[in-house]
Ligand binder design. Structure first.
Ligand code: PEP
Length: 290
């Protein structure tokens, strides 16, 4: 079925909650399944510093209602820290996993404002974003700190989503691959081959995050392919083939299918569009079986 076709009353139409950010519709948009790969696609919803407690719980409830029957796609939501436990109570026993937007690389101690992996695990977190471009560029996180966080996240048994991506300036200077691959290498510098199963890479060109601009599928595919080759060189081809590489940067239902059709794109890290259960679910549907 082509993207944009309407299927009345199908699975996914059973959300009965009222979300602040999503329109309730009695039907569902079904994008085409993308190309088959061996890797289970993963869609993450990075809520950033958005939602309130109640609206976040409603959003999570709608997401659960709408994606719970969708197999062959991993779905993770990353709410703000104060709402993690409440969101966990909503998504508990569902197919949706709980993620955190950040972690500190020490277990405990005098680190005002920071949160450890142990604390995250205690409230049900199973996945963590590390090195998001907002952490790198607003909060000045270095590759060194990011690599320590990656190591600790893995030691704690969390799934680690290592975010990498170039700025517009770096892209215009022709340095995209140089920047992205050096962030990749630094971020994975403490990760052994046997631990790579816990790692997901999110390629997020900084100029595409929250701007409405998306890399073309061809441009994104070139970078994803280079990332995979680099993982092959750092580890081996089996690990390179098993590692999932998400794309992030203004992913929406309208562009998701074309992105997921690229052979090295294994899902998406979604910011703005994850604040609407309808948009987020449409992106999950686009990734199913891809
Ligand atoms: C993000 O926050 O990781 C992101 C990709 O945001 P957006 O989808 O809004 O561009």
């Amino acid at each position: 079925m082509a993207f944009g076709s309407l299927r009345e009353g199908a699975e996914g139409s059973n959300c009965t909650r009222i979300c602040a950010n999503c329109e309730q519709i009695p039907h569902f948009w079904y994008p085409s399944p993308s190309l088959m790969t061996q890797r289970t696609p993963i869609i993450g919803g990075n809520w950033k510093m958005n939602t309130g407690l109640e609206s976040g719980m409603n959003l999570a409830g709608c997401v659960v209602d709408m994606v719970n029957t969708i197999e062959s796609c991993e779905v993770v939501v990353y709410p703000p820290f104060p709402f993690l436990q409440a969101i966990e109570s909503v998504i508990d026993s569902s197919r949706v996993s709980l993620g955190a937007q950040n972690i500190w690389h020490e277990e405990s101690g005098a680190f005002t404002g920071e949160v450890s992996g142990l604390m995250l695990k205690e409230v049900g977190v199973t996945s963590v974003l590390i090195g998001h471009s907002e952490r790198r560029h607003i909060f000045g996180e270095s590759n060194d700190v990011i690599s320590k966080k990656v190591a600790v996240g893995i030691q704690e048994g969390l799934q680690v989503v290592l975010c990498i991506g170039e700025t517009l300036e770096e892209r215009e200077a022709g340095d995209t691959l140089k920047v992205v691959l050096s962030q990749l290498e630094a971020g994975l510098s403490n990760v052994e081959a046997s631990q790579m199963v816990k790692v997901v890479i999110a390629y997020e060109p900084v100029w595409a995050i929250g701007t409405g601009k998306t890399a073309t599928p061809e441009d994104a595919q070139k970078v994803h392919s280079a990332i995979r080759s680099s993982i092959d060189e750092m580890y081996n081809s089996e690990i390179a083939q098993q590692t999932r590489i998400q794309y992030g940067g203004s992913v929406k239902p309208e562009n998701a299918t074309d992105l997921f059709a690229c052979k090295d794109i294994d899902g998406a890290l979604v910011g703005g569009a994850s604040l609407s259960a309808d948009s987020f679910t449409a992106i999950v549907m686009a990734a199913r079986n891809s």
